[in-house]
Design a binder for this molecule. Structure first.
Ligand code: B1M
Length: 215
């Protein structure tokens, strides 16, 4: 089995104790952090999602896979966050997963991509209510707020959050930009709920924000 297939399998099987060493080994073999993430770890998570939907895997096993993914990201984080030292943006991004939603892996990747591009990131966590987003924006004064939702059932909470941010007057001067993303979220939905931007994946999200802030 190739190293990348082995990594995918380890995520699927929740090999919590082994994963860090396996990722280090893959790096030592010359694979890049991006390849390890996209062609190894995320492939494994994809299989987990499919098996979960088919009721061939259950919550405790999926949680173990998620914890294994977090362990693997601990090894990759410093490498992914290094980025291109020549393209540094200035700006502060506040990130959170919306109310009712505890999925955090995608958000962690979005965070790493922003850090890699020179942004300061404040991650306020998961299951964040609209009011808590409003309070955190007042406290941290970010240039960009990023909302993540992984469930179709939490997409309305995303809409409520954008609405609460606008209702609090935090978008009145046009300085604060709102970006939304997550597997069920689409560009059309982002437009409908009056977000400024949509990020299809972590890298795309950062590129969209970089272009907007540069222009
Ligand atoms: Co959940 N879950 N889950 N789950 N889970 C999904 C999302 C699901 C698709 C699985 C399935 O059925 N195939 C399904 C949702 C169905 C739907 O709504 N359409 C589902 C369900 C149903 C549930 C529960 C309701 C199950 C239950 O209790 N019956 C429950 C809900 C809990 C809650 O939140 N209230 C639940 C629970 C869990 C666990 C706790 C077991 C665990 C989460 C652990 C954790 O995150 N710490 C879990 C997991 C791991 C998954 C899957 C398998 C993997 C998610 C993941 O981490 N993907 C997932 C199936 C799948 O996605 N294939 C599934 C990897 C990650 C890198 O991708 O998060 O999509 P993703 O992020 C991407 C993009 O979406 C994007 O960039 C990221 C990187 O490219 N992105 C952004 C994300 N946020 C962004 C923000 C941006 C821009 C881009 O700008 C701000």
């Amino acid at each position: 089995m190739s190293i990348l297939n082995e990594l995918a399998k380890s995520i699927e099987e929740g090999k919590l104790q082994e994963i860090k060493e396996q990722v280090s080994h893959a790096l030592a073999e010359g694979l890049s952090a991006e390849e390890i993430l996209e062609k190894g770890l995320m492939q494994g998570m994809d299989v987990v999602g499919k098996r979960f939907a088919a009721e061939d895997m259950f919550i405790p096993e999926v949680m173990l896979s998620a914890r294994t993914m977090h362990e693997a990201l601990l090894v990759l984080r410093p490498l992914l966050e290094q980025g291109d030292q020549n393209v540094k943006m200035k700006g502060k991004v506040l990130l959170g997963t919306v109310e009712g939603d505890i999925h955090d892996i995608g958000k962690s990747l979005v965070e790493m991509m922003f850090v890699a591009n020179g942004f300061e990131v404040v991650d306020i966590g998961e299951n964040i209510s609209p009011q808590a987003f409003v309070d955190a924006i007042k406290e941290h004064k970010p240039d960009v707020v990023g909302l993540s939702a992984l469930l179709t059932t939490t997409m309305p909470a995303m809409a409520r959050t954008v609405e609460a941010i606008s209702a609090a007057g935090l978008r009145d001067d046009g300085r604060l930009k709102v970006i939304v993303g997550g597997a069920p979220v689409t560009e059309e939905f982002a437009r409908e709920i009056n977000a400024d931007y949509y990020g299809e994946n972590a890298l795309d999200g950062v590129e969209v924000v970089k272009q907007a802030l540069a222009g």
